[in-house]
Design a protein around this ligand. Sequence first.
Ligand SMILES: [Zn+2]
Length: 263
Amino acid sequence: MTIADIAAKVTHKRELNILVYDIERMKGTAGVEFWSLSDFKHRRIHADDVIDWPRTICVAWRFLGDKRTEFASEWDDGPEDMHRRIWEAFDKADVTVGHNSKAFDEKHLNTGWRDLGMTPPSPSKPIDTLSAARARFGDESKTLDALCQRIGLAGKTDRYNVEVARAACDGDRAAQRKIRAYNIGDIDATEALYVTLLPWIKAHPHVAPNTGADNCPRCNSPKVRRNGTWTVHVWTYVALTCDDCGGHWKTTMQSRGPGVKTL
Ligand SMILES: [Zn+2]
């Protein structure tokens, strides 16, 4: 699937602002370089020994349906403006999409914002493609790269490399271009994965709650039909299916049978 194929799948306008984003990080230093204080088996790094904590060095993002991908970095924008720009995107977003974003990217951004004395952006619903993949699929590797390759999504251009990241931070222009391309490539890959996994994602908010209450909650397509029943605990609901994204759901607006408890 190409990027154009993906664009064709997001033709129905969403009311919700869906932000696809990804951050890149640089290791910290404490005599040695580290990602985590428990990086080394026989010696835990003490917080007092840390000279520099690991940090976010760049971030790329795009709202679903937009063509242009935004990019901010500590070398182009400075750490404060970089954090402020992604904060503004988060503040506007209703849904945030990323790969491992819930446990990783979002928390690191929160740390960055807090350290700069900023308050939290307005709330958004995180949709993590890694969590979605873990919940529904048996793939032996669920990295963004492995999933995209396995599904056949045209995706990532390069792999993260800490040497390239360090060179970029030190002002190497070629390294900065490389990590920028890599970061933006991850947005294309994450968006493609999100759109592909969409019908499998549970608990997705309705993307057009005002105009599209009867439409597909995930993609706002009007091509919706009844499709058998869906029983949860003792309640049997009418099941609905979207002929565009292929997702299924139930609502409390459609009839529900009596609660039947058989002994
Ligand atoms: Zn749909």
